[in-house]
Design a protein around this ligand. Sequence first.
Ligand code: FE
Length: 175
Amino acid sequence: MPVEPNDAEARMPYQLPFPKEALSEIVIPDAVPKDDRLWVPQAKNVWFRPLCLNRSEGYWMNLLKVRKSGVLSRHRHPQAVHGWVLKGRWHYLEHDWMAEEGGYVYEPPGETHTLVVPEGVEEMITYFQVNGVMLYVDPYGKTMGFEDVFTKIDMCRKHYEAVGLGGDFVDQYIR
Ligand code: FE
C-alpha cells in the first residue's frame, strides 16, 4: 500500500523544473471555434480545425467538419486513427456500422475506407487523431496522393495568411 501523504503534501505542486527539452503544452479553450476563419477548407463542404500538429511524432489532432451529406475521398491508413464524434453521424462504405454523436471509433492500421455523411445530417464534426499518413487511393489501392502533418501545416499556413490571421497563426498548434 502506498503511504498516504498528509493533505498539505497532497496539494503541493511538483517542485522540480520540467525537463528543459520538453515542449510547451497546448491549451485551446475554443476547440470548436467561435471564429469560423479557424476552419481550414479541405474540399467542398469539408473543413478541418487544427488542435495539435505534431511534426516531431508525425501525427495530427484535428476536428473534421462536413456540411451537407456526401462522400469524402477514399484513403488508406498505414497507422491507427482514433475518432470521437462530436456532432452528427457518418459511416464508411466499407463497414456496416454507423459512427454516432458521442461515439468513439478506432481504425486499425491497414484500413482503407470512404467516409460518407448520410442524408439528413446538416453538420458533422468529429475529433480525429491521424497518425503518419493518409494515402488517397483508387478503388484498387493505387495511391493517388497523400496527406501528412506537413501538408496539414502548409494548408493551415496558406489559409490563415489568406483570411488575415497571418501564416504564423498555425505555429501555436505545432509541436
Ligand atoms: Fe480515415
